[in-house]
Design a protein around this ligand. Sequence first.
Ligand SMILES: [Zn+2]
Length: 124
Amino acid sequence: MKTRIIRKFSFDAAHQLFTMPEWHKCRRMHGHTYLCEVVCEGEVDPEVGFFLDYGDLKTKIDPIVQQLDHHYLNDIPGLQVPTAEMIAKWIYEKLKPELPSLAILRLWETPNNGVEYAPSASDA
Ligand SMILES: [Zn+2]
């Protein structure tokens, strides 16, 4: 039986989008409370009833949170253009080597606006 499990985490960070026009509000320094959803897919081990321990997931996510939380995203290598799309891709690429079952990375910049990054699904 294949399932997807989800772990959510949040972080607060500031950014500026210098790629936007001068008049655009996103060009000014501002911050968000980002909500991130990490979705992993795998075969359930019938003996234990799951395929991945939520605790292991947290252990792999915590270093990412430390790099992002209360930071100015533009200063982080690889996040010079810190749109939600680019942040989602950055988090995905940081986690994937540690978490091969990672299938989807969702990042909510506001309660209403978010992106979904799932390169294996879109490449197929
Ligand atoms: Zn913003």
